[in-house]
Design a protein. Structure first.
Length: 96
């Protein structure tokens, strides 16, 4: 992550950042309600770290979280996925 941020900083030091975060990149243990789950994907803590680190730059202008589909899986799966989504948003906004 640090290498990526340094590269962005060198390439465009004053640019705003848009983050498009696909929830299906997180291990289904944390976000099972998605159409293309990735076993062995990021942990929730790793996802939160990425978003928090980008938020701390002061350049995060916008964010989209995609591939959340609460109609897939059980109600518990949907709750787990939505909880993870909210935690990720809170991290990006530096509210955690």
């Amino acid at each position: 992550m640090e290498t990526t941020l340094r590269t962005i900083g060198r390439f465009c030091p004053n640019c705003q950042i848009h983050l498009s975060f696909d929830i299906d990149g997180i291990d289904p243990k944390y976000a099972p309600s998605t159409g293309t789950p990735v076993p062995g994907g990021l942990s929730l803590e790793e996802a939160k770290y990425i978003c928090k680190t980008l938020g701390q730059t002061g350049r995060l202008k916008s964010m989209a979280i995609t591939e959340v589909n609460a109609s897939l899986g059980s109600p518990e799966d949907a709750t787990t996925t939505l909880h993870a989504t909210l935690e990720i948003i809170r991290s990006a906004l530096l509210l955690d």
